[in-house]
Design a protein around this ligand. Structure first.
Ligand code: SF4
Length: 368
């Protein structure tokens, strides 16, 4: 029985012969008895179906630089309104957002936010896009989709930051309303995915190939490198070789530094040299746009023209210090088009991170 305005019915589930109901949103395939919640916490059995319990509720909003998602080839320098809800369908022992993703407290969801309120706030704040981030939009795809529709009505783009662990039907529904995605490719062995993330590598690779071949979503990848766990030369060679072979050389790769957190406190932070090594291996395999993150490394964070080698976007951290592309993203020196979404010149948001509280608006909470 649906009991509050934050709980909505969903369509991605089916009944099992033993009386349980299976959620079909992600490969975890939670089989639920009445009243039970799925592993993600936010989807639950309710009567004969599965409901989403967090429609219209957020764990908070911030305006960030788009480079923080990270997306380096999508409206560079522009501000993005970022938000998330609670819960996650993975179980990463190294989660860097665990206070949100592992939350089982509805109190974490402090902000009420209708899709219209979010889109209007983003437009009022001068954002070019809204990002579903902090936790994975897979598990709140109905809410994310409604927010995306409200954004598109106002000419705003949408961004998904996701692990890509999602089944085919809901995947098509979610990404039909997404303009850009940064997908975490957390490692490149099934063992790492199974034991450290509670997921399957094969399902994520399938999503990546599908995004690349079947959609127009702008795609970038991020791998958080954890010392001794997913950072060997062999694994980085296999990962980056797969990306170039299956997704092509133009998909930007981000190697970011880990810091001890959540259930992985016995590992050291990632040395900058590891990120530089990963970048070298990826480039040797033919990847054209490879970045380092969570460290000071202007060389590893700038964008270079694959045609003439010129620095076309010079970054220091999240700030753009030099820009040598035309309105359509072509190199000013040689005319080579840089892959990505470039809409005029660069934005000037800089590296600021500005928390935002949405003002309650006197409007209906009816689902759009
Ligand atoms: S989305 Fe949530 S409830 Fe559905 S299968 Fe995945 S973890 Fe289980």
């Amino acid at each position: 029985m649906v009991t509050d305005s934050f709980t909505i019915p969903t369509r991605w589930w089916h009944r099992l012969d033993d009386g349980r109901v299976q959620c079909d949103v992600c490969p975890r395939a939670c089989k639920l008895r009445d009243g039970q919640r799925g592993v993600c916490f936010v989807r639950a059995r309710d009567g004969d179906g599965v409901v989403l319990t967090t429609w219209g509720r957020s764990s908070g909003f911030c305006v960030d630089p788009i480079e923080k998602k990270p997306l380096n080839h999508f409206l560079p320098g522009s501000p993005v309104l970022s938000f998330g809800t609670a819960g996650c369908n993975l179980a990463c022992r190294f989660c860097q957002n665990w206070d949100i993703s592992k939350s089982k407290e509805i109190d974490t969801l402090a902000d009420e936010a209708t899709p219209d309120a979010i889109a209007e706030a983003a437009a009022d704040l001068g954002c070019a896009s809204v990002a579903f981030t902090y936790n994975d939009p897979t598990i709140f795809l109905e809410y994310a989709g409604d927010v995306a529709d409200a954004c598109h009505e106002r000419g705003l783009r949408t961004v998904a930051v996701t692990a890509g662990y999602i089944c085919a039907g809901p995947r098509a529904e979610l990404f039909s309303r997404i303009d850009a995605a940064n997908v975490d490719l957390k490692g490149f062995t099934e063992e790492f995915y199974r034991h450290t993330c509670g997921a399957e590598l094969g399902a994520v690779l399938e999503t990546l190939e599908w995004l690349h071949t079947e959609t127009s979503v702008w795609l970038e990848l991020t791998t958080l490198l954890i010392p001794g766990m997913n950072d060997s030369d062999a694994e980085l060679d296999a990962l980056t070789g797969w990306v170039v072979e299956h997704l092509g050389p133009d998909v930007p790769l981000h190697f970011t530094g880990f810091h001890p957190d959540y259930r992985l406190l016995d590992r050291p932070a990632t040395p900058p040299a590891t990120l530089a090594r990963a970048r070298r291996i990826a480039r040797a395999n033919g990847a054209r746009h490879v970045y380092t993150g969570n460290v000071f490394d202007p060389e590893g964070q700038s964008t270079y023209c694959p045609g003439c080698g010129a620095t076309v976007i010079e970054r220091v951290g999240y700030e753009i210090h030099g820009y040598a592309l035309d309105q359509d993203g072509a190199c000013l020196a040689c005319g080579t088009t840089i892959p990505g979404v470039f809409d005029g010149g660069p934005g000037g948001w800089g590296s600021r991170r500005v928390p935002v509280r949405l003002q309650p608006r006197p409007q209906s909470r009816d689902r759009r």
